[in-house]
Design a binder for this molecule. Structure first.
Ligand SMILES: Cc1cc2nc3c(=O)[nH]c(=O)nc-3n(C[C@H](O)[C@H](O)[C@H](O)COP(=O)(O)O)c2cc1C
Length: 140
């Protein structure tokens, strides 16, 4: 099976998780960015609002991406859902090809239907590497 990893990250947690997964699978890791400013308190409030109201954002995939059989998509949890850039990306992707990995401080992503798998890297559980290892084991 041929994999690739894509991620969006505001403060680096999802980037770190995406890179660990990419290392273990020896596959391409690509960042998705958007056209929004999420900085500061206003950015945080806007982020929660955009995630809650399921707004789409314009995204840029920062590498010419190759085809893969399955995609590992890593997102921060924003207001119980994926970040807007990931929501927009998922709308262009077949969900049954996607292993979703969501990083958060305390809770799990609510909408879990349709994905090949969903993994939660919850900071307070302190089990990031174990969650990643379980995902890798389920793939290979
Ligand atoms: C706008 C916004 C909303 C968030 N909402 C939640 C939430 O509902 N539950 C939670 O556990 N963490 C929440 N967080 C925390 C992030 O999910 C967590 O810090 C994540 O690992 C950040 O990933 P990143 O460093 O890749 O940006 C939120 C963070 C932001 C910026």
């Amino acid at each position: 099976m041929n994999y690739k990893v894509v991620y969006f990250s505001k403060t680096g947690n999802s980037k770190r998780v995406a890179e660990k997964i990419g290392d273990k699978l020896s596959c391409e890791v690509t960042e998705i960015t958007d056209n929004q400013d999420w900085k500061g308190v206003l950015g945080f409030l806007k982020g929660g609002y955009y995630a809650m109201t399921k707004k789409n954002v314009e995204i840029k995939i920062n590498k010419k991406s190759t085809d893969a059989d399955e995609i590992i998509v890593v997102s921060p949890l924003w207001a119980s859902g994926v970040a807007p850039a990931i929501k927009s990306f998922l709308e262009t992707t077949k969900l049954d090809k996607v292993h979703l990995v969501v990083t958060s401080t305390g809770s799990k992503v609510k909408e879990r239907e349709g994905f090949k798998s969903v993994s939660d890297v919850v900071k307070k559980n302190n089990d990031e590497d174990a969650v990643i290892d379980n995902l890798i084991k389920s793939l290979v």
